[in-house]
Design a protein around this ligand. Structure first.
Ligand SMILES: [Zn+2]
Length: 139
C-alpha cells in the first residue's frame, strides 16, 4: 500500500484498487506497453475495474484486441510517475466530490439538493479519470 491509496481511504472514497485475485486465461500472444504503445515485454499491468469495463465494451462491440498490457523496461519510471499522478488526482477529486456532496446536502437539507449534489460530486470525482493510468507489478 502506498501513501496515495491511504489518502484515498482517509478521504472516505471508495478504494478503486484491483483485487488481489490473478486473472487467468487472457487469450493473447502480443503484449503492448501502456506508456509507449509499442509491442514489448515487461511488467504486467493489473486488470482493474476500468480496464475490465473497457474490455467488456470492446468485446461487446467485437473490437477487442485482447492484448496483454505491460510496462516495458524503458517506461517504468514514466509509468510510476503517471500512476502516482493519477492516485493523487483520484484522492483529490474523490475527496472534493465527497465534500461537495456533504456540504451541499447539509445546506439544502432536501432530497433534491442531495440528488443534485450527488451528481455534482460524482462529476468532480470523474474528472480524475482524465489522468487515469493503470497499476502494474512494477509499482
Ligand atoms: Zn514502453
Amino acid at each position: 500500500m502506498c501513501w496515495a491509496s491511504e489518502v484515498v481511504k482517509m478521504a472516505g472514497t471508495k478504494d478503486k484498487k484491483p483485487e488481489k485475485k490473478p486473472k487467468t486465461g487472457t487469450p493473447s500472444n502480443t503484449s503492448v506497453c501502456v506508456v509507449c504503445h509499442e509491442e514489448k515485454t515487461g511488467h504486467v499491468v493489473r486488470d482493474d475495474l476500468l480496464i475490465r469495463s473497457i474490455r467488456a465494451v470492446k468485446n461487446f462491440l467485437h473490437i477487442a484486441a485482447n492484448n496483454r498490457l505491460v510496462v516495458c523496461k524503458g517506461c517504468v519510471e514514466k509509468h510510476r510517475a503517471k500512476r502516482a499522478d493519477f492516485e493523487k488526482k483520484l484522492a483529490l477529486y474523490g475527496g472534493g466530490g465527497l465534500l461537495i456532496i456533504i456540504i451541499f446536502t447539509l445546506i439544502s437539507r432536501t432530497l433534491q439538493g442531495f440528488a443534485v449534489s450527488l451528481l455534482l460530486g460524482l462529476f468532480v470525482a470523474a474528472l480524475a479519470l482524465f489522468s487515469y493510468h493503470p497499476a502494474s507489478e512494477a509499482k
